[in-house]
Design a binder for this molecule. Sequence first.
Ligand SMILES: NC(=O)c1ccc[n+]([C@@H]2O[C@H](COP(=O)([O-])OP(=O)(O)OC[C@H]3O[C@@H](n4cnc5c(N)ncnc54)[C@H](O)[C@@H]3O)[C@@H](O)[C@H]2O)c1
Ligand SMILES: O=P(O)(O)OC[C@H]1O[C@H](O[C@H]2[C@H](O)[C@@H](O)[C@@H](O)O[C@@H]2CO)[C@H](O)[C@@H](O)[C@@H]1O
Ligand SMILES: [Mn+2]
Length: 439
Amino acid sequence: MKEYIVTIVGGASSYTPGIVRSLMNRRERLPLKKLVLQDVDSEKLELMVNYLSILFQDEEYDAQVHWTTDREESFRGADFIFTQIRTGGLEMREMDEKISLEHGLVGQETCGPGGFAFAMRTIREMVEITRDAQRIAPEAWIINYSNPLPILAEAVRREVPHSRSLFICDMPIVQELAMAATLDYKHRDLTFEYFGLNHFGWYTSIKNSEGEELLPKLREILLSGEEMKMVDFGHLDQSWITTFNNIREGVKAFPEYIPLTYIQYYYFPERIVKKYNPDYTRANEVMDGRRKRIYEECKKVVSAGTTQGIEHTLDAHGDFIVDQAVAVAHNTGERFMVNVVNNGTFPNLDDDMVIETFGRIDAHGARASKKFEVPPFYRAFIYSQNTYEKLTVDACMEGSYNKALQALTLNPTIPSVDKAREILDALIEVNGDYFPVLK
Ligand SMILES: NC(=O)c1ccc[n+]([C@@H]2O[C@H](COP(=O)([O-])OP(=O)(O)OC[C@H]3O[C@@H](n4cnc5c(N)ncnc54)[C@H](O)[C@@H]3O)[C@@H](O)[C@H]2O)c1
Ligand SMILES: O=P(O)(O)OC[C@H]1O[C@H](O[C@H]2[C@H](O)[C@@H](O)[C@@H](O)O[C@@H]2CO)[C@H](O)[C@@H](O)[C@@H]1O
Ligand SMILES: [Mn+2]
């Protein structure tokens, strides 16, 4: 069987050990010749590779592992390029979240002004990565996790036509696992339907294998005040548990569908701002939690020279990306949530909109499977969010202050032009050279 070369851009991320464990667990389907970790942080890369070398040895996993800061070198010969970059790091995420909250706005990684700033820092980098991949490894598939996903997907769609890119998000699968557990079903026995954009959508149907519609039952459970049954991979922080339980608030507002967790930021921005602590945000929780825990785990293994007796982190995140690589490699046509260009899937939305819905993945990439006519309220809501996303790409690529201001004014978490201008000026100041010059 063919042996694959997988490159991870942002290879020093704390998500890497989980992804590599998923690769190891799927060694029969995706045998690895070489794993290449590429990153801008050589110190963390070295730690990660030292850790993985010991893990491979302990698990008798026969693949080479290599690290480099040189993107060109890392792409040579690659079959798959997984991308998970965060320009500015968690430190800039912290700034985004805190500045937004200081201005009375949602302070979040991918939604509202935080997502806008993250996009302005990352768009050009993601476009360059995709161009380089197309030039150096034209046969390789890029499977991208980097956020803000829909904005990066829009930028790549425009700037790098015909790139072999998949844009993926683990939120829906994690929410589906929780919804299945709450309904007392196994995830694999349910079929979900969903429409929207990434981090901005709604479930319209949840059926069991007999074809029984279970959405009304889930609605009833949520409205009765019962807690969502979280599928805990070992380290689910309280803030995520609260976010999952807020799905109920969305259902209370508009009971016809089950909103994705992230809808809380758009339905209830004032509630979120009131509840969030501007001095200790999610970025702090991640820095003190997942980031610290994973690198400590790596250091322990490296100093002990063995993985024995050291706790390992497992989550759906790693499986989700590797399963999609398997679907491409084996041309399976398996069903996944996909981010694709609309092209008539939602007939009453623009054809060129990047949408999120269920579809199939095979050797030719991702395609949506079912048409859905979007009801008027959701259609208008999606248009404002999608136009914000498109204007953010315009603003970044054209260096346009006016487009940036229009983008933020349309963002459903921002109430006025005055607020949009106030937060835009604050973000420009704090981001310095991370942002393009906006004239
Ligand atoms: N799509 C999803 O559902 C999903 C899920 C989880 C994480 N993410 C995204 O994955 C990314 C990584 O998250 P994280 O929490 O691990 O962040 P992180 O900052 O801890 O790790 C990102 C890594 O990328 C490196 N990096 C930054 N810019 C780079 C570049 N230009 N080239 C190569 N490496 C670069 C950093 O040095 C760092 O090691 C973020 O964009 C995050 O939002 C997405
Ligand atoms: O706040 P974070 O950094 O923990 O997570 C941000 C990401 O949240 C979603 O993903 C997962 C996350 O990757 C996983 O580790 C776990 O914590 O559950 C989250 C919810 O499913 C989201 O899909 C990503 O786009 C975010 O970057
Ligand atoms: Mn996501």
